[in-house]
Design a protein around this ligand. Structure first.
Ligand code: ACM
Length: 261
């Protein structure tokens, strides 16, 4: 199974250029799964809720159309971040699209800093996207700091977690090694690079997108400050075996009765 990520430097508010850059970077690559950064087409640093609303979309609009075209061209399931609009709410979401079309969205559960001013936090149960023999879980950026997310996705059957990100703290890439080890899942973290200085906020995004194996090995690590793309082959069946040895099974050995809810 061939999985990859695209690490970009989105231009704030310029969806057309951001689409074009992703398309150009992927070129003629084909894959089973491609992960794009959080909010890959809009940028991240809003100064008002209005700005975010103006860049928001439904599930059949320009980002969905772009991702569907990309999915058909590459043969891959694509997971990429966008601002999802429903009624008078907007969400920091990731869209999952296959060559057959729109498959659904994940709405970020844990909003970081001023995201709380712009977005509603997700209020749906975590789910697994079962597509083309992959069981794909999705989480977005800051969700990494809440180990319950990756754990819940793994317990629900995820083999691989697609993780669009706009990371600003330096800890996630190391933490993903633990997330993978403790759940025996693969993860693909697609981060962005560059800086956004808007209003009084100035973010520097950390790059270093990463594919991490079920056994904690880092299979791919992007540079901190360059646009980058990488695809690698993984054996997804390894993530379906939770045995550590003949006496320990990662999930069967859990003692949930003694854990706090
Ligand atoms: C983040 O969750 N984008 C920091």
């Amino acid at each position: 199974m061939r999985v990859g990520y695209v690490q970009t430097s989105p231009i704030f508010g310029d969806k057309e250029t951001n689409f074009k850059n992703v398309k150009q970077l992927i070129g003629v690559q084909t894959a089973d799964l491609i992960v794009l950064p959080e909010l890959f087409a809009t940028g991240y640093t809003f100064t008002t809720k209005e700005e975010a609303i103006n860049l928001s979309e439904g599930n059949n609009d320009e980002t969905s159309k772009f991702l569907h075209d990309l999915s058909k061209k590459t043969g891959a399931v694509i997971v990429g971040g966008f601002i999802e609009k429903e009624g008078n709410q907007i969400f920091n979401s990731a869209m999952v699209v296959s060559p057959d079309g729109f498959q659904g969205t994940y709405r970020k559960l844990h909003l970081y800093y001023k995201e709380k001013l712009w977005f509603s936090s997700g209020s749906r149960q975590l789910k697994i996207f079962e597509i083309n023999d992959m069981n794909i879980g999705v989480m977005i950026c800051f969700d990494w700091l809440f180990p319950e997310v990756a754990r819940s996705l793994a317990l629900k059957g995820a083999d691989i977690i697609a993780h669009p990100a706009n990371l600003v703290m330096p800890y996630c890439q190391d933490a993903m090694i633990t997330r993978c080890l403790e759940n025996r899942v693969y993860t693909v973290t697609a981060n962005r690079i560059g800086e956004e200085k808007r209003g009084i906020d100035h973010f520097k995004f950390t790059g270093k997108s990463q594919i991490t194996s079920f056994n904690g090995i880092v299979l791919s690590s992007a540079p901190a400050d360059e646009i980058f793309i990488e695809f690698i082959d993984i054996d997804i069946s390894q993530a379906r075996n939770k045995n550590l040895n003949e006496l320990n099974n990662l999930f069967e050995d859990r003692r949930p009765h003694f854990y706090i809810k």
